[in-house]
Design a protein around this ligand. Structure first.
Ligand SMILES: Nc1ncnc2c1ncn2[C@@H]1O[C@H](COP(=O)(O)OP(=O)(O)OP(=O)(O)O)[C@@H](O)[C@H]1O
Ligand SMILES: [Mg+2]
Length: 228
């Protein structure tokens, strides 16, 4: 059985998939067996045959060279670019935590280092019906995962990063580090954001990804230590 980490972000589009792709690539290039899993993806585009393509999984598979079929990398794929709970309701296809648990276990059993990407930011409903409430954080807890947090290096990140870390801690979910995206080295505000976020959360910034980076810079060991 392998180890896993959950990648959450300070919001949708912050770069979870981009950073995860480079992270899994780095793991695989080190000769380790890294893979990817995402429970629910919305906003999938259909291919020429009308089949929905899970864009996040496809990008990470391609970037990192993961051999597994796309079907194993993501369980729920919805076309509508809305929160998963609403996409599930529109399609009458609810997210089932047991099904996710099985797919996650299978992936974790087959690979050494499994990187699981969340949907949206940390407050993301996966299912919200009268008799059934499921939040992203319920799933993280059910899978017994710790988190890495992807945050933008720019303006507003002190607020969104510290709020997200506090929210995770309130739910007793371990946060193991921060990954900055769209990082501008030497930029006075961004360098200060990094220091402020580390001091206010007590967490290390474990990697900084610049616009257009094709590799994750820096040592891999501290990142691998966050997987459990
Ligand atoms: N460092 C970067 N360099 C170049 N493009 C980037 C970078 N980070 C993100 N992007 C681009 O920005 C867009 C949003 O990034 P991404 O899909 O990784 O966000 P996300 O947090 O995974 O979003 P979602 O909540 O939809 O899963 C994508 O088109 C991605 O290719
Ligand atoms: Mg994504």
């Amino acid at each position: 059985m392998g180890k896993a980490i959950f990648i959450t972000g300070t919001g949708t589009d912050v770069g979870k998939t981009y950073v995860t792709g480079l992270l899994v690539k780095k793991i695989r290039e080190a000769g380790l067996d890294g893979s990817y899993y995402k429970a629910a993806l919305s906003g999938a585009e259909p291919d020429g045959n009308g089949k929905l393509v899970p864009g996040d999984a496809a990008w990470v598979k391609e970037t990192a060279g993961i051999p597994d079929p796309l079907e194993d990398l993501v369980t729920y794929v919805y076309r509508e670019a809305v929160s998963p709970h609403l996409a599930a309701r529109i399609n009458n296809h609810p997210v089932d935590l047991d099904k996710i648990r099985q797919a996650f276990r299978k992936a974790k059993d087959r690979h050494q280092y499994l990187t699981m990407e969340g949907s949206g930011g940390i407050l993301c409903p996966l299912g919200w019906e009268k008799d059934h409430h499921l939040l992203l954080e319920d799933m993280i807890q059910a899978l017994d995962l710790g988190c890495l947090l992807v945050a933008d290096g720019g303006l507003g990140t002190i607020n969104s990063t510290v709020l997200t870390v506090e929210y995770l801690r309130h739910r007793a979910i371990p946060v193991r580090g921060i990954l900055f995206n769209r990082w501008k080295p030497g930029d006075r505000m961004q360098e200060d954001n990094r220091i402020m976020v580390e001091e206010l959360t007590g967490l290390p910034v474990l990697a900084c990804v610049k616009e257009g980076d094709r590799e994750l810079e820096g040592p891999l060991d501290r990142l691998l230590e966050t997987y459990t």
